[in-house]
Structure formats: C-alpha cells, structure tokens
Design a protein around this ligand. Sequence first.
Ligand code: GRF
Length: 188
Amino acid sequence: MRMKKIALLASGSGSNVENIVRYFAEKKEWEFPLIVSNKADAYVHERAKRLKIPSFTISKAGFEQGEALQLLQQSDIDFIVLAGFLLKIPANLLQAYPDKIINIHPALLPKYGGKGMYGMRVHEAVVAHRETETGITIHYVNENYDEGRIIFQARCEVLPADTPEKVADKVHALEYRHFPKVIEQLFY
Ligand code: GRF
C-alpha cells in the first residue's frame, strides 16, 4: 500500500481543505502532512490547528524563490491540491510536480475564469450575465490561471431570483460533494 502525501494550498477560509481532510480521515494510505497559505491571517490556519496539521505561510516571493518547493520536497509530497489558492503557481513547482497539481474553480471554465475571477466576483458575474447554470471545474494547473486540462465539472441551475450568495452556496455544495472523490480517483 503506497502512501499518498498531499499538500493543501489555500489563501482564505479553507472550508474545502477541511472537507477534504475529513473525507480521508479513515483512509490510512492518504496523508496530509502540511497546509500552505500565502496569507498569515487566513482562517485556514485556524482549521489546520483544529485538524492537527502543520500550516505554513509562504509569500508570493517565497513561492517564486522556491521556498514552497523546498518545504514540499522535505515532506515527500506526491501531489498538490489548490483549494481556494489565489497565487499563480511558479514554474519551479510546475516543473517539479508535472500533472500533479490540481485546482478547483467555482464556475464552468472556460467561462468566468482567469486572473481576478475568484470567490464572489465569479458568482456576481454569473448572476449579472443571467446564466441559467453554473458549477465547478477541477483542472490540472499550468502556467496560466484556470487554463489547465479539465478533469471534472459538475453543474447546478441558477434561478432568476438567485442572489450571488445563493449561487455561492449551491457551488460550495458541489465542491464539498465532488472534490474529495475526484482527488481519490485521480491520485489513487
Ligand atoms: C472555493 O469556492 C473554490 O472553488 C475557490 O475558492 C473557494 C475556496 O473556498 N477556488 P474555501 O477557502 O475552501 O472555503
């Protein structure tokens, strides 16, 4: 039974990070040795404490200078999962982890993706454009925001009366239901 060691990266709340760790809690061949954020005050650090997982803050410059790469390699990380991580992944990580870095985006890429499209901005744009559906996209990470090969998508309807907050709730529900299972199938 080969251990799978996954690094979780998040810039904000980390509800997806917590959901993933809890999903794998009884699956002994899956390990989450560390959580990395680019924000020292990100709530994901609080979640890490509760989950008893070491969490680290590495700045944008730190990522670009290889600090994250060094930390991940020291922890024998096999795969990297971005769950609400807002920095572009530097070439040093892309080269060290080819086809081993995935991201979740709260929309149906290629629509509503790219630089600056994250969080509520995505759902506000979906509502403003009167879309009748939205969803999630899980994709491989490459050198551009939200452009890597798509692995999985799931959809939900957007009703005319839906606010961006209501859409966010529906999308989060899809994330919590599908992201852990996609990780399990992909990296098994
Ligand atoms: C999620 O909506 C995810 O799709 C996007 O960032 C958000 C992260 O939320 N990439 P959380 O930090 O997991 O609560």
